[in-house]
Design a protein around this ligand. Structure first.
Ligand code: SF4
Length: 373
């Protein structure tokens, strides 16, 4: 199964929904849902975008596939299907992307409203930026109300918070079925990504179907397999996941930005969006794109290893993503010192069809893990 993003957006437009294209990965979804908007996180568009000629007029070829795919999508296939773009500051690659996209869109004779907030990338214990951040959230609410003619309601916000928390729990439950060997990691990852392009009311059904498939599966054989954790920005291509699973490895946990790092955070339910999102961003599961979470990164990986019983970590490097690459050597050393084996593979924009080298390395890694057990 591959997600047809354009079709999903067309269906949403057919249902009269207002769609907000969001990047990077952790937008304030609950707020958008409370204002009857459908946020779609423009990540994991690899299957939807086969080449990037339009994007290549604006971005250098040494930017990551994530930025190139999303730019191509917004400027071509997704053009006209989005009612606005939301972004917050993350890496250097994304920093000027909204201006590039809006200028290119204007040149094509359209206007695409841009909404943004700035998240102070400072350690909360060292610099108190909470007043600034809360003002950013309240300003965003004003801008959205003015643009879409909706009035913010605390009740609707709290309702959206509760529903989103339920979705996060279902994602974690689905991941457990992968760890049990009952469903493939690729099916799990496709279902979670499908949720990022679906309205809130459809998401529970997508995940419950997957969980029930796992519960009814007869292929739970974890005891025979060696557990690994996958870490990176995006899940690897299906061919690489197949290589991992066919080598006798089971993905028992993930530290993938578009998967586990997204649903691991569970802030306290609140009806006040500014306090809620302050908690959400500052207590967020560590990710290199949220700079202030860096000090907690190793601890969270160790916790994940302890909880899952994994014997190894496979880092899925997104080519040209410096944020992730800067941390790999340090993390690998910390893990190796603890006896945890690590493997690093790199996925480039055109790697979907050329993954046999990765397969060989994964098979060798799996053999090595089994021989040391
Ligand atoms: S964090 Fe990395 S993968 Fe994500 S947009 Fe920035 S450079 Fe690309």
């Amino acid at each position: 199964m591959q997600i047809n993003v354009a079709e999903k957006l067309l269906t949403l437009k057919g249902r009269g929904r207002k769609v907000l294209g969001c990047f990077p990965l952790y937008p304030p979804m609950e707020l958008f849902y409370a204002l009857d908007l459908v946020p779609v996180v423009l990540w994991g568009l690899k299957d939807a975008i086969k080449s990037t000629p339009e994007c290549d007029k604006h971005l250098q070829p040494y930017t990551c596939s994530v930025a190139r795919h999303l730019t191509e999508f917004v400027l071509t296939e997704g053009s006209g299907m989005l009612d606005g773009i939301f972004m917050y500051n993350a890496c250097d690659t994304l920093r000027n992307l909204p201006e590039i996209i809006t200028t290119a869109t204007e040149k094509n004779g359209r206007s695409l409203p841009l909404f943004n907030i700035h998240i102070p990338m400072v350690l909360p214990e060292q610099t108190d930026a909470s007043a600034y951040f809360k003002n950013e959230i309240n300003q965003l609410i004003n801008d959205l109300e003015n643009r879409f003619g909706k009035k913010f309601s605390k009740e609707k916000f709290k309702e959206a918070v509760t529903k989103v928390q339920n979705i996060r729990k279902l994602m974690a439950d689905a991941e457990k079925q992968v760890a049990l060997g009952a469903i493939h990691f690729s099916d799990f990852s496709e279902s979670v990504h499908a949720c990022w392009f679906s309205p809130l009311e459809d998401q529970a059904g997508i995940l419950e179907t997957l969980i029930n498939t796992g519960k009814n599966s007869k292929s739970q054989k974890t005891s025979l397999k060696t557990g690994v954790i996958l870490s990176g920005i995006l899940p690897p291509p299906a061919s690489v996941i197949a290589a991992i699973e066919l080598s006798g490895l089971t993905v028992v946990g993930n530290d993938i930005a578009s998967l586990g790092r997204t649903y691991a955070s569970m802030p306290k339910v609140s009806e006040d969006p500014d306090s809620y999102f302050l908690d959400f961003y500052y207590q967020h599961y560590p990710c290199p794109t949220l700079l202030y979470t860096g000090d907690r990164r190793t601890t969270s990986l160790f916790n994940l290893l302890d909880a899952s019983g994994a014997k190894a970590v496979i880092f899925i490097g997104e080519k040209f993503c410096e944020y992730e690459y800067f941390e790999f050597p340090y993390l690998s050393k910390q893990l190796n010192d603890r006896g945890i084996k690590t493997l690093e593979i790199e996925i480039a924009i055109d790697d979907d069809a050329h993954t046999s080298a990765h397969r060989s390395r994964i098979e060798a890694f799996a053999e090595m893990l089994k021989s040391t057990e």
